[in-house]
Design a protein around this ligand. Structure first.
Ligand SMILES: NC(=O)c1ccc[n+]([C@@H]2O[C@H](COP(=O)([O-])OP(=O)(O)OC[C@H]3O[C@@H](n4cnc5c(N)ncnc54)[C@H](OP(=O)(O)O)[C@@H]3O)[C@@H](O)[C@H]2O)c1
Length: 280
């Protein structure tokens, strides 16, 4: 029986995809740099490999029917090209809606994902491209502060986005992986509604059964915080985006519901699913 190869398998989307495929009784190979150190559902075959080390790719591709690719700095081009040569039938790429909304000359996120999409197309591997907007799981950034102090400090708390649950992304990816019917498509994927950061914090408070305090960060304080974990340019871009999303939030896409035949999960459901991360 053919195997489904999931790269980024220890990541938020990859892990949900591995679990979803395994729950359907499908054979899954979970690929990450330290996959064998992680716990997996029964029947999952973990494989240690590095997208930046080509010699680790061919062994992972043996007997693979379809591969889930994501977009690390190294890009998925080498893996896609080798997958094609190894007889893999199709790929599903986790890209980003930034490819459609931002100028790649100014936005490194758009540039990285565009280059991944182009590398995949150049490989000749038949593929489906997933272009999600903001992940609901970005709210996990608030988890340490929620657990430690019960405070969430935010720049532009009224900023609204369209957070998508990683489980929905995993289910869409699984659909595209197991059937050839969707090859050639690119799907714009969002959550089911626009949600402000204030509403997100309220949903988390409800999920954990404790009130949370909301503090407003000035632009300077937000930049000072983010500089610790991202380059200055990326921090400024994030701030600009949050400011813009107060009045011009991104639109909700109908495509996830069309593909899955049901609406996407609301952020409140994501908060319930992750209440343990926030210290419930
Ligand atoms: N966050 C958003 O709002 C958003 C929106 C649109 C698109 N995206 C896309 O989603 C992606 C993130 O997905 P995610 O949240 O599921 O990822 P994640 O939680 O950050 O996990 C990344 C995964 O990639 C693996 N990995 C990293 N470098 C690797 C390498 N060189 N070789 C093999 N495996 C490697 C990591 O495992 P090891 O470290 O164990 O190897 C881990 O499994 C981003 O790259 C972006 O392209 C994100």
């Amino acid at each position: 029986m053919s195997v489904y190869l999931v790269t980024g398998a220890t990541g938020r989307v990859g892990r949900a995809l591995v679990a979803h495929l395994a729950a359907q009784g499908l054979p899954v190979r979970a690929f990450a740099r330290r996959a064998t150190e992680a716990a997996w559902p029964a029947g999952v075959e973990p494989v240690d490999g590095d997208l930046a080390r080509p010699e680790t790719l061919d062994p992972a591709l043996a007997g693979v029917e379809a591969v889930f690719l994501f977009t690390p700095l190294e890009g998925p081009g080498e893996l896609a090209a080798r997958a094609r040569l190894a007889g893999v039938q199709r790929g599903v790429l986790l890209s980003s809606i930034a490819t459609q909304k931002a100028d790649p000359r100014e936005n490194p996120i758009a540039a990285r994902h565009l280059s991944a999409e182009r590398a995949l197309a150049a490989s000749g591997l038949p593929a489906v491209v997933l272009r999600p907007d903001t992940f609901a799981s970005n709210a996990l950034d608030w988890a340490p502060s929620v657990r430690q102090s019960g405070w969430v400090r935010l720049a532009y708390p009224q900023s609204r986005r369209v957070p998508i649950h990683e489980q929905d992304l995993a289910e869409v990816a699984a659909l595209a992986l197991v059937s050839h019917a969707h090859v050639g498509q690119a799907w714009w994927l969002t959550g089911p509604r626009q949600v402000s950061q204030v509403e997100q914090v309220e949903a988390i408070a409800l999920a954990i059964g404790r009130p949370l305090q909301l503090g407003v960060l000035s632009e300077d304080d937000a930049l000072a915080q983010w500089r610790a974990r991202m380059p200055e340019q990326a921090a400024r871009r994030l701030l600009d985006y949050l400011r813009k999303c107060v009045d011009q939030p991104p639109a909700v896409s109908p495509q996830l519901a069309q593909v899955l035949g049901r609406p996407g999960r609301d952020f409140s459901e994501w908060a319930q699913d992750h209440c343990a991360d926030f210290g419930r």
